[in-house]
Design a protein around this ligand. Structure first.
Ligand code: NAI
Length: 546
């Protein structure tokens, strides 16, 4: 009797998808056996949110708020999304960047309950069986990281699981994609991080990562298993070591439904920011000289997509590449360098070798400077002041994150350019007041792009994701920055509007997917109504009723 009651009464309160906790009505409590397992009050979702907001206010820092929200996501998914979607400007920096960086660094210590699928190299040969253990059978997106390059934190192995979990939460929070078909995955291939290997509480494989050939064979097995088990699934590569990221995207992009957010999503949001900056300057992309500081997966991804955009403006591939110069940890990318990979070699233009960014800025005279180096402070006062002496409105993007990896702060960029910089960062910096004028730094974060692209891909059941899809998303994002916002130096739509912005973007991207013949569903008559009807809403509805 007791065990029967337990079996029938506990699941509703342990099932995060259907759980309503104090919002279960008395009738529901009678039916689902939760009568007495809950206090007397029957509350609305809004009242429950009020309590969560109070609890969050009482925490002393954002990591504690992250942990509280993370616990809530595992207890009551609807309430979690209700809270996060109620105020994206406040909550995105808590559930994602920059707080997620602190959480990932300590993930093995903070660990309580697994939140995604851990696919270890030990599972080689059995990937399909392991995948089948995931409870949801209609998986539409797998966000997979190897932990090899998490944000600007380097290789943190299995601690990287926080990233796929957080990214997929943004699918729902920023673009209203229903959470059920989303699978976070950590491909545990070992780590080069000796500190973690030596940590008794580390949760991943304690060995060095395999050769590229062995890794590729393992990913091939994963891809084949996904195709078989989840034929409509899109594979989202996230935060892999630079070389692995570039190689794996090249290997699969024309064969399966996949994308790499660090490469394509970052490129698209940067192009969106450039679009807005150039409209403020009144100049065309083909008139720019662009210098990248950092030539890894993000830098190469942005550079290649800028080349595509320049080709759209009528330039040849060679002329388009000539607009772009790049530097990495070993200096300026030029033909005498012996250590360049093929994706870097195409940007090697004749120039004296230098490892000094200020010197490179003086001789190349860029109009646009983009930092994707993970080198905090790389944009020194000399570098920024030189940009200001060359340009009336220097475009300076310090995209590395988390916050303490940014190449310069918003305050530095504005102060050293007398407020003339068109500035964006990978994280949200506070407004800066200079000479009585308030300047609002933009956040060039790919969270404006990948959820919108994912929504369009999911709704249209796209066969492939092309660069054109990301360029369309970039254009649609830039178009939504109003003239008034541009006047304040804002290069991206405000975070508070992120959901509406991304739905609008997704509608345009879906149109592009229909026009390119890549959709696998019939084109609706009214695409706006069609999209709106598909959106997830954080409400207790019959869809999430037990
Ligand atoms: P990666 O590891 O593939 O590349 C880093 C690049 O920076 C390499 O070319 C490396 O040689 C270069 N580098 C490192 N130290 C340097 C130094 N002292 N001077 C000059 N170059 C240096 O990493 P990935 O994926 O390209 O990411 C780079 C940064 O961009 C990370 O901090 C990441 O968080 C950030 N990022 C930001 C995004 C956004 O949406 N804002 C999206 C993706 C990445």
């Amino acid at each position: 009797m007791t065990s029967d009651r337990t079996a029938s009464s506990l699941p509703p309160l342990l099932d995060a998808v259907h759980n309503r906790e104090t919002a279960f009505t008395n009738e529901e409590r009678h039916k689902n056996g939760t009568l007495g397992l809950l206090p007397d009050a029957v509350e609305t979702l809004d009242r429950q949110m009020e309590r969560v907001l109070w609890q969050l206010d009482s925490k002393s820092n954002d990591l504690e708020r992250f942990l509280h929200l993370n616990g809530l996501s595992q207890r009551n998914e609807t309430l979690f999304f209700k809270v996060v979607m109620s105020d994206p400007k406040r909550f995105l920096p808590i559930v994602y960047d920059p707080t997620i960086a602190d959480a990932c660094l300590q993930y093995n210590r903070l660990f309580e309950r697994p939140q995604g699928l851990y696919l270890s190299l030990r599972h080689k040969g059995h990937v399909k069986e392991i995948l089948a253990n995931w409870p949801e059978k209609d998986v539409r997106f797998i966000c997979v990281s190897s932990g090899g390059r998490i944000l600007g934190l380097g290789d943190i192995g299995a601690n990287g699981m926080g990233i796929p979990v957080g990214k997929l939460q943004l699918y729902t929070a920023c673009a209203a994609i229903p959470p059920q078909g989303l699978m976070p995955m950590l491909l545990d291939i070992g780590t080069t991080n000796q500190k973690l290997i030596d940590d008794p509480l580390y949760l991943g494989l304690r060995q060095a990562p395999p050769s590229s050939d062995e890794l590729d064979a393992f990913v091939d097995e994963l891809v084949a298993a996904i195709q078989e088990l989840y034929p409509h699934c899109c594979l989202h590569f996230e935060d892999w070591k630079g070389d692995d990221a570039i190689r794996l995207l090249a290997r699969y992009r024309d064969k399966i439904l996949c994308y790499n957010d660090d490469i394509q999503g970052t490129a698209a949001i940067t192009i969106a920011g450039l679009d807005t900056a150039l409209s403020i300057k009144g100049e065309a992309l083909k008139e720019q000289r662009i210098l990248f500081y950092g030539a890894g997966s993000a830098g190469i991804g942005i550079a290649n997509m800028i080349v595509s955009a320049l080709q759209d403006e009528g330039l040849s591939e060679t002329d388009a590449r000539a607009c772009i110069s790049m530097m990495d940890i070993n200096g300026l990318i030029e033909p005498s360098r012996q250590d360049l990979n093929p994706s870097q070699k195409v940007f090697a233009h004749f120039h004296a070798a230098t490892k000094d960014l200020a010197e490179a800025v003086k001789s190349i005279k860029p109009t646009v400077l983009i930092g994707v180096s993970t080198n905090a402070g790389g944009f020194t006062e000399e570098v920024v002041r030189t940009m200001a002496s060359i340009n009336d409105k220097p475009v300076i993007f310090a995209l590395s994150n988390p916050t303490d990896k940014a190449e310069c702060t918003a305050e530095q960029a504005y102060r050293w350019t007398d407020g003339r910089a068109l500035f964006a960062a990978g994280v949200q910096f506070d407004d800066v007041t200079l000479n009585g004028k308030t300047l609002t730094p933009g956040q060039a974060n790919n969270f404006y792009i990948f959820p919108a692209v994912a929504l369009a891909v999911w709704a249209t059941q796209a066969r492939r994701i092309t660069d054109e899809v990301f360029l369309e998303a970039a254009k649609a994002t830039a178009e939504q920055v109003t003239a008034e916002q541009r006047a304040h130096g804002l290069l991206f739509p405000p975070q508070k509007d992120v959901l509406r912005v991304e739905i609008n973007t997704a509608i345009k991207v879906a149109r592009q997917i229909f026009n390119s013949g890549l959709a696998q569903v019939p084109e609706p008559e009214d695409i706006v109504d069609w999209m709106e009807a598909k959106l997830y809403r954080p409400e207790y509805t019959s869809a999430n009723r037990q």
